[in-house]
Design a protein around this ligand. Structure first.
Ligand code: MEV
Length: 433
């Protein structure tokens, strides 16, 4: 951007002044105002979730009923812009409800943070004095963690990790945290920054070493949370699954599904799309409940690569009689603090779920991901995905083209068995009127 065009203090301007500065048509400007939430308290909360807010950008909030998890019935709140996701989850939930629904269990709740530092002094000094350093860190941090400790959380472990073989002089303090129902980002980052200060002080005061031998590079939580993991699964008798396949003119559906997951386990091209389908379900609950879906995505995609190549997050197990599909995934979520307790609709999403704690929400999200995955695989290996997608696509196009109810009806009949494109629908509407 030309230096002359740089705007100083944009954030200090009012909404009106900000919008006025944008190069927009009057119609677009009006739309920005029309889209604003009118209830002042809610509008104020949404405005302040971010900065330089000019309008409120809405997504649909829907629900998927009939979701049985560990013999408890849930309705899942889902926020997504992808039209087929809610229907996919609802369909899978209804189908699997007849077979006991979904099971889920939490495999761990530990979150992780790191102090990244470079140490040019003797390695042995660091290693030999590490226990003393750890004691010093834990002593200094007591006031910060007292409240979390009272509730049963806190710091579970601190390790010194030597990475000097791959990056000169590079070490980490690798710290494991228990943050209970909080996602814990602020707690973890505050603890880590205090630990970095302790490390600096320890080097100069206790080790009496030159401070310049130490470079603290950064102190930050890690979104890679393999020890904060959940497993969800669903089983069905193979004979029943194949009977369902027969109704769709697919014999041996169980084996087709097994093959579909096998492909996603060995081919990155398919694995990415397969896992994206899982995240259709997870992100929709994450968004609804005010959880950080970017963190969940980043952590889980890294987990999908843990064996050296990117692979499917779900897997299939079959024996002579039974078909099981399972999803094991790291999901570090929170149900207290953050947006969950601030965004009015996130609060309602939590109410719809019966106000679960973090562990229960991990299970719910994993099931939502597994349900989306199952529906996608069932569609892909039978009728194909476009059949379901196209009717939603057509509805969206008709809405964009301001079709009347009569035109919509006619278009739906006309395009029933046809491929849909924007121009063809536009052409149809012209000829219809
Ligand atoms: C589309 O959002 C998701 C799918 O592509 C997932 C998949 O292919 O498994 C249908």
């Amino acid at each position: 951007m030309d230096k002359k065009e740089t705007i100083e203090g944009f954030y200090k301007l009012s909404r009106q002044e900000k919008i006025a500065l944008l190069n927009l048509s009057n119609e677009s400007k009006k739309l920005l105002y029309d889209a604003l939430i009118t209830e002042p308290k809610i509008a104020g909360i949404i405005d302040e979730l971010s900065e330089n807010t000019i309008s409120h950008y809405s997504f649909p909030m829907g629900v998927a009923p009939n979701v049985w998890i560990n013999n408890k019935l849930y309705t899942l709140p889902l926020v997504t812009e992808e039209s087929s996701v809610v229907a996919a989850i609802a369909k899978a939930a209804k189908f699997w409800a007849a077979y006991g629904g979904f099971q889920a269990t939490v495999l761990g709740t530990k979150k992780k943070g790191q102090v990244h530092f470079f140490w040019k002094g003797e390695k042995s000094l660091l290693i030999n004095k590490f226990d003393a350093l750890k004691d010093f860190i834990l002593f200094r941090i007591r006031p910060y963690i007292r409240r979390m400790q009272k509730r049963g959380g806190g710091i579970s472990n601190i390790e010194l990790v030597d990475k000097t073989a791959i990056l000169d002089n590079y070490y980490q303090l690798d710290v494991s945290f228990e943050t209970l129902d909080a996602m814990g980002a602020n707690f973890i980052n505050s603890c880590l920054e205090d630990m970095a200060k302790s490390l600096r002080q320890f080097v100069s005061c206790d080790l009496e070493m030159d401070e310049n031998l130490l470079e603290i590079n950064m102190a930050i939580l890690s979104n890679y949370t393999p020890n904060c993991r959940v497993k969800a699964w669903a089983s069905i008798p193979i004979a029943d699954l194949n009977r369902y396949g027969d109704q769709l003119n697919i014999s041996n559906l169980a084996s087709k599904l097994e093959h579909a997951v096998a492909i996603a386990s060995i081919d990155v091209g398919r694995a990415v799309t397969h896992n994206k389908g899982i995240f259709n379900g997870i992100d929709a609950v994450a968004l609804a409940t005010g959880n950080d879906w970017r963190a969940l995505e980043a952590g889980a995609h890294a987990y999908a690569s843990r064996k050296g190549s990117y692979a499917s997050l779900s897997k299939v197990a079959m024996n002579n009689t039974s078909f099981t599909i399972e999803l094991e995934i790291p999901l570090a979520v929170g149900t207290v603090g953050g947006i969950t307790n601030l965004h009015p609709l996130a609060k309602i999403a939590m109410e719809i779920l019966g106000k679960p704690g973090a562990e229960e929400l991990m299970q719910i999200m994993a099931v939502s991901g597994l349900a989306a995955n199952l529906s996608a695989l069932l569609a892909l290996t039978t009728s194909g995905i476009q059949k379901g997608h196209m009717s939603m696509h057509l509805s969206n196009i008709l809405r964009q083209l301001d079709a009347t109810e009569e035109q919509k009806e006619a278009a739906k009949n006309f395009f029933k068995e046809k491929t849909i494109s924007y121009s063809e629908v536009a052409e149809f509407l012209k000829s219809y009127s």
